[in-house]
Design a protein around this ligand. Sequence first.
Ligand SMILES: Cc1ncc(COP(=O)(O)O)c(C=O)c1O
Length: 356
Amino acid sequence: MKKNWFEEKIKKFSSIGGYKKPELVEDSVKLDSNENYVIPKQFQSDIISSAKKNSDIREYPLGGVERLIDSISKFIKIPSSMIGVGNGSDQILDLILSNFASKQTKVLTSNPTFGFFEERCKLYNIPLIAIPFSDNMKLDVKDFLKQKKNADILYLDSPNNPTGFQFTKIELQKLVKSFSGLVIIDEAYGEFSEYSLSSMVKTQSNLIVVQTLSKSFGLAGLRLGYFIASKKFTETFMNILQYPYPVSTITIESGIQALEKSKLMKDTIDNIKIERKRIIETLKTFDAFEVFDSKANFVLFDAHSAYKRVYSALAEQGISIRKLGKIGNHDGCLRVTIGTKEMNSKFLLAIRDLLG
Ligand SMILES: Cc1ncc(COP(=O)(O)O)c(C=O)c1O
């Protein structure tokens, strides 16, 4: 080993670039990170104060993960032995990639796909076969079926970030059934869509479905993700790849409390879906944008050559959305998260003033 191998390794990592976090705009109407502000702040005060009562952080959380998994099991109606948890679904995806994928395993996914996932593949030199979206931001399942023999891993975020696209359940089931390698279906936005593939895990031993409390429960800062998979994979993941205490006592206790209040979560999702429709319809009326359908808690639109101007004008008014630029043949893509009715109205009014 060369003497300066450590410096060289750091230099190599620096050249990768890393994940681009959204710009931090202080006190903004924050519609840039697909968070959930519709769930009231009181919800987190309630769960954290109950969690505090049940916690003693002088101790390691012995047995805590098991109790949390039992709560998730009750919530999604899947046996505990098929559920594992992680520090956000990011960590779960990372552990799967770092342990199961390599230079030799090709990953079949879409272009674009979830940014973090793509960056981790770059970091581990995992080659991608990335199927582009069509001009109307849809994917054709036939393109994936054609490539299935050339890939070892299939990764799809369902719905997709940043387009909001989701295959029909029948199409995705067909694709998953036909794929013989490892299948990872990332349902970070699953609750905003029409279906989940989680029950398919019972019959499909090569399938891992990843979900999170970050979006639906509005708990992005808690960092609690989970997966549903075969008993064998779950045991290996929880006992060999990730142990002994993957999430903190506060996360465990808050997660259990949150899952008990899932009715509130479901109500906010209904609300977000209504607002999603309003944003899509209103943006379409301006005739300045191409607006894409979405099954998630955000909407993608192409503002063409005006996208930088739209993004900056909103930022000047304290409204932060995500600037994405070129996606396929669309040059000026912007992504806006569905916020509260008030936040969304501020966004729509600012757009109207800008175009008016
Ligand atoms: C598709 C997708 N998967 C996973 C995540 C990460 O979720 P978590 O907060 O559970 O790490 C995100 C967050 O933006 C996402 O868009």
